[in-house]
Design a binder for this molecule. Structure first.
Ligand SMILES: Cc1cc2nc3c(=O)[nH]c(=O)nc-3n(C[C@H](O)[C@H](O)[C@H](O)COP(=O)(O)OP(=O)(O)OC[C@H]3O[C@@H](n4cnc5c(N)ncnc54)[C@H](O)[C@@H]3O)c2cc1C
Length: 466
């Protein structure tokens, strides 16, 4: 149906709705935008709770201050040439009615959060809602640990670590001082290993350059995991290389040791070991969000959405899932694809192509991706990885890592800014400015969280509000 000017009425357009503005969602959007640039029969919308796309592989570098906060985020609207963007939370999906309920928050910060609901109709739906940190039901660990998932997490962790250095430099109680100088990261996957590498570099550089009251030998940076090796995604010898390099840079590694409990000032392992620390970073895994687990569709045992080879939900024509929230079996390994940005980006190409076929006519394509490689940074100027079957480590791996991820960072402006950050870091000391951006009430709350010592840890207050 056309109106008097010959334009197709909005209600007659094919509506594609994308849920999530991360690696999966944004890359579906970008491919659709380029294909449907002048096609007014299609109406694309994207919904995400943040108004920016976060480039997570560089998040640990934000936590160490190597990269400025805003340089690894891009506004989602920058990708929307014709698409509509809604900054909102997805509340429910009704597959029968083909409707999504989304909500924005009015007056947040008051006693009562006021959700304002809106309903979106769809003809085709893309679910790419990522995941949240998995605490395996340990409420105390959740309460007293930092996470490394959002931009807010990285900012909070950096402020907290600098705060620990300030506290340690005036503290006379030897045991307390030691625990303030002990930093523990749990989880030896990519996020955990990259975070511990950055944290270690920040603490050691800062103490060497600025905190002359602190003995560098008192610093303990510890990586803990329940498994028997770090970086299980890479080969055994590369994992051993990474272990050796982390140890050489002063990081202690404790393996085969699940965590049992945590308090504001210590953490316990299942074997009974207690480590005094005021900084516990939890990077122990991801699990789908509640909204994903509760969708009326097939899930795997971990709650991820099961999809077929076209990345379509079984029995639901036109509904796709991808990225960390989807369970897709890798035919090359027989195991599910791991939750990586690389996989989400490749899946996005297939989802977008299948949507284009659905609109324009054509055959569906299979997802049959074989990883070309995997890389991780393990501290300053060190990396490990496998590329096209070739193992690489050390400075070369680190340089390839940087080149690869810089080339994938959206927009020329952000690439230039990150490049400038890396360049500047070569010549200057770390910036140890700690910005206090809280109101009086919030400051009081942070003190409660900090427990017996009066150390402010913004993590709880800040991460709960971000
Ligand atoms: C610190 C860190 C380092 C990493 N390093 C690497 C690396 O080096 N290489 C690599 O390949 N992978 C890496 N990863 C993993 C990678 O980030 C994920 O695999 C990837 O982001 C998955 O993409 P996604 O689109 O599925 O989810 P995400 O990128 O997480 O996107 C999910 C989106 O959904 C939105 N959303 C979620 N719930 C809702 C809701 N209820 N309402 C509205 N919006 C919602 C979120 O705001 C977000 O925009 C790293 C992850 C972390 C945390």
């Amino acid at each position: 149906m056309k109106d008097s000017q010959g334009n197709i009425k909005v209600k007659d357009r094919r509506k594609i709705v994308i849920l999530g503005g991360g690696f999966g969602g944004i890359n579906v959007l970008r491919r659709l935008e380029s294909k449907f640039e002048n096609d007014f029969t299609v109406d694309v919308s994207i919904v995400s709770k943040d108004n920016f796309f976060l480039f997570t592989p560089m998040l640990p570098e934000v936590s160490s201050g190597m990269i400025e906060t805003r340089h690894i985020v891009t506004p989602i609207r920058a990708f929307c040439k014709r698409a509509r963007f809604y900054e909102a939370t997805i509340r429910s999906v009704d597959f029968q009615k083909r409707q999504i309920t989304i909500a924005n928050v009015i007056d947040s910060g008051n006693d009562q959060t006021k959700w304002h609901d809106h309903v979106l109709d769809y003809d085709h739906l893309v679910i790419s809602l990522g995941g949240e940190t998995n605490f395996f039901g340990m409420e105390d660990v959740k309460k007293y640990s930092h996470t490394m998932k959002s931009l807010g997490d990285a900012i909070v962790l950096r402020n907290h670590v600098i705060d620990m250095l300030e506290q340690a430099s005036i503290e006379q109680d030897v045991e307390l001082r030691k625990s303030l100088m002990t930093f523990v990261v749990v989880g030896a996957g990519f996020a955990g290993v990259e975070t511990v590498g950055e944290l270690n570099a920040l603490v050691r550089d800062a103490v060497r350059d600025f905190y002359h009251d602190i003995n560098i030998k008192d610093i303990r940076v510890i990586l803990v995991d329940a498994m028997d090796e770090i970086l299980p995604e890479v080969s055994n010898d590369l994992s051993k290389f990474a272990t050796q390099k982390l140890k050489e840079s002063g990081i202690e590694i404790i393996l085969k040791s699940p965590v049992s409990t945590a308090t504001p000032s210590n953490m316990k392992l299942k074997d009974g070991t207690t480590i005094g620390t005021h900084t516990l970073v939890w990077a122990g895994g991801v699990t789908p969000e509640k909204i994903v687990k509760e969708l009326q569709c097939e899930h795997d045992r971990g709650g991820r959405i099961s999809v077929n080879e076209f990345l379509e939900l079984n029995g639901m024509n036109g509904v796709y899932a991808l990225g960390d929230c989807a369970s897709i079996t890798d035919k090359h390994t027989g195991r599910p694809y791991p939750p990586t940005a690389q996989n989400a980006v490749e899946q996005a190409k297939v989802v977008a192509d299948n949507l284009i076929s659905a609109v324009r006519g054509g055959n569906k394509v299979n997802f049959n991706y074989k990883s070309r490689g995997i890389m991780a940074q393990i501290g300053k100027r060190k990396g490990v990885g496998i590329l096209f079957g070739i193992k690489t480590h050390g400075l070369l791996a680190w340089m390839i890592w940087r080149y690869y991820y810089l080339s994938h960072l959206p927009t020329f402006e952000k690439k230039l800014r990150v490049l400038a950050d890396w360049f500047i870091d070569l010549f200057f000391k770390p910036d140890i400015t700690r910005l206090k951006i809280f109101t009086e009430g919030q400051e009081a709350q942070t003190k409660t969280f900090s427990g017996d010592v009066n150390v402010s840890s913004e993590s709880k207050t800040k991460s709960e509000t971000t």
